[in-house]
Design a protein around this ligand. Sequence first.
Ligand code: NAD
Ligand code: NA
Length: 396
Amino acid sequence: MIIEPRMRGFICLTAHPVGCAQNVKNQIEYVKSKGKIDGPKNVLVIGASTGFGLASRITAAYGAGAATIGVYFEKEPKEGKTASPGWYNTAAFETQAQADGLYAKSINGDAFSDEVKQQTINLIKADLGQIDLVIYSLASPVRTNPKTGVLHRSTLKPIGSVFTDKTVDFHTGVVSNVSIEPANEEEIANTVAVMGGEDWEMWMDDLKAAGVLAEGATTVAYSYIGPEVTEAVYRKGTIGRAKDHLEATAFTISDKLADIKGKAYVSVNKALVTQASSAIPVIPLYISLLYKIMKEKGIHEGCIEQMQRLFSDRLYKGGNPPVDDKGRIRVDDWEMREDVQSQIKELWKDATEETLPKIGDLAGYKHDFLNLFGFDVAGVDYQADVNEMVEMPGLQ
Ligand code: NAD
Ligand code: NA
């Protein structure tokens, strides 16, 4: 079939298998071009199909030659109906990795469930014995707690007072004001239950109890801080509470892993266009200004550049990774640079529908958004008839 983007709000309903495969190839080539990393051998990536998780998996495999197991929640293709992008990304990765002699298998299911955790443990036992790195990169709006059966829904709201600021609809370029009512205690608790550290800790408890963590195993989860302009909706809002909890959980897990000399870290990553971040008000406006400035300064990075740097310059540089005063690894260092952020503050005041195309990188935002779904990828013939029924070679 000929596949075109079909937008509905912040999501795209279709995905292009060839475009997704090309994105994965480009990421593999990037990692190879940066040379070998003396890194992990057997890696589990939870949230492995898109964004930072996919980039982590590619870096582990092609930077360090690691065997990888990926866990994700993606829609498979049906005749005449495309799969979700993470399906095509993972199929492309596993096809290439297996052709290159790298172990690459995956589990498609709800990572929050006990069943998927058990299935993953069984696969590690059968094929790898033990793992030495666990990447935790889930982004989800809902979670069913497997112990209580309660379904929690996250919200993206400020805490304490109404938040009003500018935002942009990146499809149309229209800049408008948004007002968001503050969250109540229940909404805060639900967001923490979905995006906080509880599930990460459950994973690490189960993996350890099953004896599948190697001595000295490392686990890393991803967080975000960001600037003042997004603070009310992000870091000081409901999602920020969840990130506080996630960051605190790193210490809890490190304590629990002490007897096997294991360690849990949070890495604070840069703001990037992903399916998750596009749904957060104000963030797309911030990202379009940020992209413009970072590109002008020659310090712009995508997911793969971020994760390659995380592995080569932080986690596996030799010795303990450098951390900030709260114990966090920082690869948002270039985003948070004083010269970058002072420029953002200035531009923020001037951002209107008229000025944004000039002072911000809306085109780059749109391009990256389409790219998430395999569209607008250089070298891909979008007029060509393609097969939507792509198989997943490593699927268990
Ligand atoms: P993403 O949406 O690209 O990836 C989410 C992954 O989780 C996918 O692989 C998806 O299949 C998987 N997933 C979702 N629900 C699942 C479930 N129930 N079971 C199994 N798999 C499931 O998101 P991302 O932007 O790469 O975010 C990953 C992490 O990085 C998040 O913690 C996010 O907060 C953090 N982060 C994101 C940014 C950003 O700007 N995008 C910046 C810093 C940190
Ligand atoms: Na991810």
